[in-house]
Design a protein around this ligand. Structure first.
Ligand SMILES: [Zn+2]
Length: 437
């Protein structure tokens, strides 16, 4: 069987399941049912090597990939064999195949497909279980088995020169637990998630880096982090050659938190309760976090009206401006300009004299070197970090929050860590194999 182009004799070969042929095919309850068997005609005893004697057949039912959108069941008429050697203790055995694992309810390629759909396309396990007509646990196990192999074999950790360390909420607090944080490690240049570990402290970073190959830390030239001393100290210890940077993304996030804090306080002072719909400051809470260059004519007008109505002392306006001034530091054309703009920021914060803003300015001052390093390292881009964070958020929403960290990590790495090597479909025009018929 078979020639150079992979053609199999006869029309009964089951495409993609090498070694199997289709004996019969029926449509039953709207599904394709294929009766298949292997081409093996002989077998040798695994115990003593003597040629086996046919011992009848046994049928095994598994779900396979849909054929042209129609659910498909493969019925494998499995040969069983018996050892004729009287002294051998092996008794009988049945044939095996790489395509269908013992006691499986899915073919391996169907399991791989489930893993791709869940991991790459962000379909849910429940959707896949429904589509393939198997239990949730069975679909989930397919994601575990194929996913872990893909994750282990992926080269994402190679040639990383810019490392981003970030924190995010893994689980929100409820009656039984406090908020659970997780630390993400991101390849900033390529915008890929390298890994995620539970917890938010220096020890998490230290442990993770130390679990990498010995050469790994040496290739890291830039480490972009949160303004969090624990991370900075740990990076300094385990990746000593890296220049620490507080990138645009992290700095603006700090400033945005400050804007939100002041907005909430002013709201509370004005109204005696937290923000609600149709109240001036609450209504512009998102506009307050939009860079002014991106504000539309209408946006400006709403912002102006909202501040005029809800911010009598101009405190919200002052932190909003501070946030813009900090963004200007990052937008500066060079290091000298960035330094000048940083002074403008500090001057503004001092003049405004608002407790929350003073605290932000102090933080910025403590991290002055790391902020300016953004320019000396050629401006580590924050686009990829943001893109990864958005994807993480999306994956978490799809999974309705995860209880198990291993599942969570697997799904994040499949969704925004590994490189999927999906073969692009070739154009059909002008290409035709030589059929033997
Ligand atoms: Zn034997």
């Amino acid at each position: 069987m078979g020639n150079g182009s992979g053609e199999v004799a006869g029309a009964t070969a089951l495409v993609g399941l090498g070694g199997f042929v289709v004996r019969s095919q029926v449509v039953h309850d709207g599904e394709h049912w294929l009766l298949v068997e292997t081409e093996a005609t002989r077998a040798w005893c695994p115990g003593c090597g003597v040629a086996g004697v046919g011992n009848g057949r046994r049928r095994v039912l598994v779900r396979d990939l849909a054929i042209a959108g129609v659910a498909t069941v493969v019925v494998w008429s499995k040969r069983t064999w018996r050892c004729p050697e009287a002294l051998c203790e092996r008794g009988s055995w049945s044939e095996t195949s790489d395509h269908i694992a013992p006691r499986a309810s899915l073919t391996e390629r169907a399991r791989r497909e489930i893993c791709c759909r869940v991991g790459e396309d962000l379909d849910t396990v429940a959707e896949m279980a429904r589509e393939f007509g198997v239990g949730w646990g069975c679909a989930h196990q397919a994601v575990i088995d194929h996913g872990d192999t893909l994750i282990a074999g992926d080269g994402r950790l190679e040639a990383v020169t810019a490392l981003g360390v970030d924190e995010h909420t893994f689980q929100h607090a409820n009656a039984r637990r406090r908020t659970q944080m997780a630390t993400t490690f991101v390849d900033i240049d390529r915008g890929r998630l390298l890994d995620v570990a539970p917890g938010r402290c220096g020890a998490v970073v230290r442990q993770w880096v130390e679990s990498q190959p010995i050469w790994w830390p040496d290739q890291i030239q830039v480490a972009a982090i949160d303004a969090f001393r624990g991370y900075a100290t740990a990076i300094g210890d385990v990746v000593p050659a890296a220049t620490l940077v507080i990138d645009h993304f992290h700095a603006i996030r700090l400033a945005s938190e400050c804007v939100n804090d002041v907005r909430r306080r002013v709201q509370q002072d004005q109204l005696g309760h937290r923000g609600r719909k149709h109240e001036p400051l609450y209504g512009i809470r998102r506009l307050l976090l939009t860079t002014w260059a991106n504000l539309s004519e209408r946006g400006w007008e709403r912002l102006r009206v909202g501040l005029a109505a809800g911010d009598p002392d101009g405190e919200v306006a002052a932190v909003w401006l501070a946030r813009e001034l900090l963004a200007e530091v990052y937008a500066a054309p060079d290091l000298a300009a960035a330094k000048r703009r940083l002074i403008v920021f500090f001057q503004h914060a001092a003049d405004a004299d608002i407790a929350e803003l003073t605290r932000l300015a102090r933080t910025v001052d403590r991290w002055r070197d790391e902020i300016l390093a953004f320019h000396s390292t050629g401006g580590a881009s924050n686009g990829p970090t943001e893109a990864v964070n958005l994807l993480i958020e999306k994956i978490r929403r799809i999974g309705h929050g995860y209880r198990n960290f291993d599942n969570y990590r697997r799904r994040l790495l499949l969704g925004c860590g590994i490189t999927w090597t999906t073969v692009p479909t070739r154009r059909i025009r002008g290409r035709q194999p030589a059929f033997a018929a």
